[in-house]
Design a protein around this ligand. Structure first.
Ligand code: IVH
Length: 669
């Protein structure tokens, strides 16, 4: 009989563990809450009837019923070091150079991960059973917080699977979701308790509570990112380690990717930074790590931090203010985005009146209502956005926000992308869309037409002088000179700038066209792959999808654009007015940089650091890493570093990217 009970108990525990994993780690439950509760109830009943069979790793034992008398110190068997930080791109490149110097001639794989802003934790498993949780403390000695760590929702008390290392210590970051904080603060308010200021402090404070029953209400979660002291774990790199612990049911840091070169890793950092606002947890930077453990060992550590990783941090600023209204803007691809109108508030030294609300789903998920007190955040270069609502401060009933169903500009129906989050105006000729497309077409990222900004575009539209991209090239100086506040001279300059933009090449043109899902990077990939618009227009879906980095969504969007009447007409008209539709060849036979020493600083639009250095070599020049009197000129991109100042001090000529390109193309600017 007991044998059967024992077997059933084991079965139930295994099922519950599996469902916990599906629910909390994968967020993809396979059974209903009711079915789950039934399993749990049966387990509780059997354990109550057979208390001798209760073990500490049983799912029923997650929340202890007794507070601990105090926290006991725990010595870390491997010290918990900290990470060296930088806030600048320039320093990241210096870091890379340092690592490359220490590993001469070796290829280095780089891993990029978000730096989750919570509380560090060490979690130890013996033979697959969770035995200890400890805080970081001073890095050598922390506090035993096993009782609160057990309440971490997605932490397995027993690993899933079969063979585990004898000892497995993983380290990670305990955090609380923003959406959970909203609920927790609401509960605090109902109980007459003060609200918590931010999820990070709450996570750290909760871990150190003596009473696990209170901790359990705070909905702690964890992301694991590092190994500590292990016995019997065989892995040779970080990605393998993460995969292994993930297979045992441990939640690992999301959005992790590895790259063969540092530039690709940096490009991924930029991509991640654009998505930060979509995540329900706080992130205060990104971490770049050497993947290979053997290389890590050879790199070693300083007294404070290992040399194999660096944190690329962003300074974050937060403020609380009131949401006065929401208005929606129509973008260049017709996407309608909501913008928060705020009671003006100071954030990082500037007064913020507006913040991004991203999309309808985010408003819904965060349950943002007009009249709410909201927390706005600005991190790095990102525009301010609304992080969460202080729901407990919602004094009266506020109506739920309903996203408009009609375009605020042309009145046409708004429609959601199939399976996507974006909502678009269905009118391809929507005036707002045309305006945004023209603005982008003329911008620095697009065809880079000097002097053709928002104000002039509005004037051109008002006077019905343009209704397509090609119309810009048909403008005459006389037409422009007749616009208010435009003289003959500035009209002529503008025409010259418009005409000059015809030679930007295919990559810029493709980006400038505002084809949905095609940004600068995709445009460059397509331009380099096909070389001319004719070749691109002949490509079928299969050929597009086969290009590395071009996924099915992008491929379809590109294909649709070039098959559509509108797309074909746009191209035909631009061809007629003389816009260049080929990509200048990369291979140069002439050597315009023969004998020249060139230094590059900052981020360029068209080249990674490696690419431009290769190009300089190909053109006969020498790419140097620091500026001296011997430097012939400096190419400066966005966010240039101290090299620019040095060049200015020494009187070394400085070129921007466009002038550099003009120079090597023999079009001295
Ligand atoms: S790796 C030598 N990876 O940042 C330390 N840490 O100062 C190796 N953190 O509180 C840590 N996200 O818990 C690493 N993806 C990540 C991280 C991360 C957050 C925390 C870590 C500690 C702090 C390091």
């Amino acid at each position: 009989m007991t044998q059967d009970v024992r077997k059933r108990i084991e079965e139930l525990r295994e099922q519950i563990r599996y469902h916990d994993y599906k629910y909390y780690v994968e967020a993809a439950p396979v059974i209903s809450d009711l079915e789950y509760d039934r399993l749990m109830e049966e387990l509780r009943r059997l354990e109550a009837e057979h208390p001798e069979l209760v073990t500490p790793d049983s799912p029923t034992q997650r929340i202890g019923d007794q507070p601990v008398p105090g926290l006991t110190p725990v010595e870390h068997r491997v010290p918990m070091l900290s990470i060296d930080n930088t806030y600048s791109r320039e320093e990241l490149l210096q870091y890379r150079a340092r690592v490359e110097r220490l590993l001469p001639g070796e290829s280095i794989e780089w891993v990029v991960e978000p730096k989750v802003d919570g509380a560090a934790i060490s979690l130890t498993y013996e033979e697959g059973v969770f035995v200890q949780g400890a805080t970081r403390g001073n890095g050598r000695v922390g506090d035993d917080v096993t009782h609160t760590a057990r309440t971490i929702l997605d932490l397995p008390l027993h690993l899933i699977g079969e063979s585990f290392p004898r000892v497995l210590e993983v380290r990670g970051e305990v955090y609380i979701r923003n959406s959970d904080l909203v609920e927790i603060n609401q509960r605090q308010h109902e109980r007459g308790e003060p609200p918590f200021a931010n999820p990070r402090n709450l996570a750290a404070g909760t871990l150190r509570l003596l009473d696990p029953r209170i901790a359990a209400e705070r909905r702690l979660r964890v992301f694991c990112h590092t190994q500590g002291y292990c016995e019997g774990l065989e892995v040779s790199n970080h990605m393998e380690f993460l995969e292994k612990i993930r297979s045992w049911g441990l939640p690992t840091v999301p959005h992790v990717r590895s790259f063969d070169d540092f530039d690709a890793a940096l490009a991924y950092c930029d991509e991640l930074i654009e998505h930060l606002h979509e995540w329900d947890y706080e992130v205060d930077g990104l971490v770049l790590k050497v993947n290979d453990f053997d290389q890590r060992e050879r790199l070693g550590a300083t007294s404070k931090s290992p040399r194999w990783l660096i944190a690329y941090k962003f300074t974050k600023y937060e403020a609380t203010t009131r949401l006065l209204g929401i208005h929606v803007q129509v973008g260049k691809t017709g996407v309608v985005t909501p913008v928060a109108e705020l009671e003006p508030v100071e954030l990082a030294g500037t007064i913020v009146r507006r913040a991004s609300l991203h999309n309808a789903d985010e408003i819904e998920r965060k349950d943002i209502r007009i009249g709410d007190v909201v927390v706005v955040e600005k991190a790095g270069k990102i525009i301010p956005h609304v992080v969460r609502v202080e729901k407990h401060l919602r004094k009266r009933r506020l109506p739920k926000y309903h996203f408009p169903t009609q375009c605020p500009v042309c009145g046409h129906r708004l429609e959601r992308d199939p399976g996507g989050v974006y909502i678009r105006c269905t009118n391809r000729a929507c005036p707002a869309r045309l305006r945004e497309r023209l603005k982008f077409f003329a911008s620095r990222e697009g065809m880079d037409i000097d002097g053709l900004g928002e104000k002039i575009i509005d004037l051109l539209l008002e006077h019905n002088l343009v209704s397509s991209f090609a119309d810009l090239y048909r403008l005459t100086a006389d037409q422009i000179a007749q616009l208010p506040r435009m003289g003959t001279k500035s009209a002529e300059n503008l025409i010259r700038a418009i005409q000059a933009s015809k030679k930007r090449g295919l990559a810029r043109l493709l980006n400038a066209l505002s084809i949905p899902h095609v940004g600068a990077r995709t445009a460059t990939i397509l331009a380099e792959h096909f070389g001319s618009i004719d070749r691109l227009m002949q490509a079928d879906l299969e050929e597009l999808e086969a290009i590395p980095e071009i996924g099915p969504i992008i491929a379809e969007s590109v294909y649709d654009f070039f098959q559509s009447e509108e797309g074909q007409q746009t191209i035909e008209e631009l061809r007629q007015v003389g816009v260049r539709m080929t990509q200048p060849r990369r291979r140069h036979h002439a050597k315009p940089l023969e004998g020249k020493t060139v230094v590059v600083t900052g981020t360029l639009d068209h080249y990674s650091r490696k690419e431009i250095e290769e190009l300089i070599h190909e053109l006969g020049g020498h790419a140097a890493s620091s500026v001296s009197r011997k430097t012939d000129f400096v190419v400066a991109g966005a966010n240039p570093g101290s090299k620019l100042q040095k060049a200015q001090q020494l009187g070394v000529p400085v070129l921007d990217e466009a002038s550099f390109e003009a120079m090597i193309a023999g079009e001295a600017k």
